[in-house]
Write a protein of this length. Structure first.
Length: 383
């Protein structure tokens, strides 16, 4: 390949993270055919090139003999492939034993493993660990352009404003701002954790991939929310408060709001006194998942509320009772019909009957319908 010594080929650098100083139009195709071993006519191996394993010819107690793309015979010393074996959750000895079965060899080859040629004389020796790293880098570049996959990574150490994380055997950078759904206050608590991440970016200057837990969350959040159980009691951590309630993080993934209207008197009293602080533990249930996937929480046991509403429905459905206006909203008027029981008269009916109410007004209403925890009221006709 005739080389341009000034500028590495940008396509090859972006796709494979390798500096190849050839900027001719054919450079990428040539690199993939020759140096990645996809051209069967390229039979002469070169140190540092990548080739695929086509067949496993034999296995002994220390290495395996394989045929690589380009029909190159090579030896892989499995005893020195501890890094690759650890990624496969096995040991060199166990892998060698497993590969002695023909069916297992075929399965291994079908997985599309790549090797890097390390030596060509007196025989060709290759490394599957290095090949795996190259293959993963290529895959990571593809994930930047079109994200579809998530990987588990282990946080190794703190680094500046984030962490060094090992993903599929490759050390990358996990910014603190992308390491959790909320602000990471205790960096030390993250060390050693294994978390799902997606590829966020690539820093050419340092040859480093950037990973993101938040990107993973935004990708899978909808399916994860659908797995939540409205009858299950959860435990979480207070992350902040506002005038209308407190925010709670739970399951290392979700954040929800316990609104003041959804608090039991005990919790509401604590909120009013301002004794909630970030880091406090709280137990709760999921009251509602809104259409835009916001989580409304409550510390009231839903079974108690359901029993209360069922008793109210049995005793009051269809009856006309006196109620007090407690809130006037654009969508209608909220009436308290008894302690802890509030129902709605729609704005459409308010307008139709030309009524105008203020908080505190006493009005006769009809209990029309009880659906889940919502109570629908109407205004009886005036005789």
């Amino acid at each position: 390949m005739q080389q341009d010594k000034k500028t590495p080929n940008p396509e090859i650098l972006e796709k494979y993270g390798v500096k190849v100083f050839n900027n001719q139009p054919y450079a990428l195709e040539y690199y993939e055919k020759v140096f990645l071993g996809s051209d069967p006519e390229s039979k002469e191996p070169v140190i540092g090139e990548a080739r695929r394993i086509l067949t496993i010819n034999s296995v002994n107690d220390k290495d395996m003999l394989v045929t690589l793309s380009g029909f190159v015979e090579a030896s892989i010393d499995i005893r020195s492939e501890k890094h690759f074996c650890s990624l496969m959750n096995t040991t060199p000895a166990d892998l060698l034993e497993w590969l002695k079965e023909t069916e297992n060899r075929e399965s291994f080859v079908a997985s599309g493993h790549t090797v890097i040629v390390e030596m060509i004389k007196p025989y060709v020796k290759a490394s599957i660990s290095k090949g795996h790293s190259l293959k993963m880098k290529s895959e990571f570049f593809g994930e930047i352009r079109k994200p579809t996959a998530a990987y588990y990574g282990k946080i190794k150490e703190k680094n500046g404003g984030g962490f060094i994380i090992n993903v599929q055997g490759i050390d990358g950078f996990l910014p603190g701002s992308l390491a959790a759904t909320n602000i990471v206050r205790d960096f030390d608590s993250m060390l050693g954790k294994e978390i799902p991440v997606m590829v966020e970016d690539y820093l050419k200057e340092s040859d480093t991939f950037v990973f993101s837990y938040k990107k993973y969350i935004s990708t899978v959040m909808n399916s994860k929310i659908n797995e939540l159980d409205l009858d299950k009691k959860y435990a979480g951590t207070v992350t902040g408060s506002a005038k209308y309630g407190v925010f709670v993080e739970f399951d290392e993934l979700f954040t929800g709001l316990i609104h003041t209207s959804k608090m039991t008197p005990e919790l509401h009293n604590k909120f009013v006194k301002g004794t909630f602080k970030s880091g406090d533990k709280v137990e709760f249930w999921i009251k509602e998942i809104t259409d835009d996937k916001k989580l409304i929480l409550t510390d009231e046991d839903p079974s108690i509320r359901r029993n209360q509403l069922e008793e109210f429905k049995t005793a009051s459905l269809g009856k006309i009772v006196e109620a007090e206006v407690v809130s006037v909203q654009p969508f209608g008027v909220l009436f308290k019909v008894q302690k802890d029981i509030v129902g709605l008269v729609s704005q459409k009916e308010i307008k139709t009957k030309k009524k105008n109410y203020s908080i505190g007004d006493k009005v006769m209403v009809t209990i029309d319908r009880v659906h889940n925890d919502k109570i629908f009221l109407s205004l009886p006709n005036e005789d």
